[in-house]
Design a protein around this ligand. Structure first.
Ligand code: FE2
Ligand code: FE2
Length: 213
């Protein structure tokens, strides 16, 4: 279950940054002063860590592996999760666009942006609930120990291929949490040593980073 534990650890980091975004949104809606530039930082963080990191691992590694074991790709949990990932992309895009207009926000803009940010926070909660209840337990039920070990190695390989982006995102997460919702420090996932290549290398579809050779 180590592969799934790593996804759960990432959920915890995403939850922490979502809580910071929620606090930021609350200040915006109350008309309190905020650093407008932080909105673009939050939006970029969700792209870099949640979308291009975490969701890529779920969509391009875990879900296809479960489908190869006979879980339906077109009905039930797997398409529901893929649909929610598209919904999250839309919510992040709304924040991104608002962040680009940061210097020209009016009072009404601030209320709209606060509401959009809270929509993303609430979405994250519900999405993580769906995966915790309907997706992660299936890994133990449907994948053998050998397959779970393969899953773990493939996740590790993905993280190594995107190590720089991941490190930058973890560092930005710590800064945003400290600024808006301080608590215990964010711990990056420990490295797990030398990894072997299991599949043909392909460039990352999300950030276009080249695969390791
Ligand atoms: Fe997800
Ligand atoms: Fe997830």
């Amino acid at each position: 279950m180590k592969a799934i534990e790593s996804l759960i650890a990432e959920h915890q980091i995403i939850d922490r940054v979502a809580a910071a975004l929620g606090a930021y949104a609350g200040r915006l809606r109350r008309g309190e002063p905020v650093d407008e530039a932080d909105l673009a930082r939050f939006a970029q963080w969700f792209v870099d860590f949640a979308e291009c990191g975490h969701h890529e691992k779920e969509e391009n590694i875990l879900l296809p592996m479960l489908a190869r074991q006979g879980w339906s790709w077109d009905s039930g949990v797997l398409p529901a999760i893929r649909r929610e990932h598209r919904q999250e992309t839309y919510l992040i895009d709304v924040l991104h666009q608002a962040g680009e207009r940061a210097m020209s926000w009016h009072a009404e803009d601030r209320r709209h942006i606060g509401a959009a940010a809270l929509a993303l926070v609430e979405f994250q909660r519900s999405h993580h609930r769906l995966e915790s209840v309907d997706l992660f337990p299936a890994v133990d039920l449907r994948l053998s120990e050998v397959q779970q070990a393969e899953l773990e190695r493939t996740f590790d390989r993905f993280d190594r291929e995107h190590a720089q982006r991941r490190a930058s995102a973890l560092s930005l997460a710590a800064a945003l949490i400290e600024r808006y919702a301080p608590g215990p420090p964010v711990e990056p996932r420990p490295e797990t040593g030398v990894l072997e290549l299991l599949n043909d290398p392909t460039d990352c579809e999300c950030c276009k980073a080249p695969a390791e050779l």
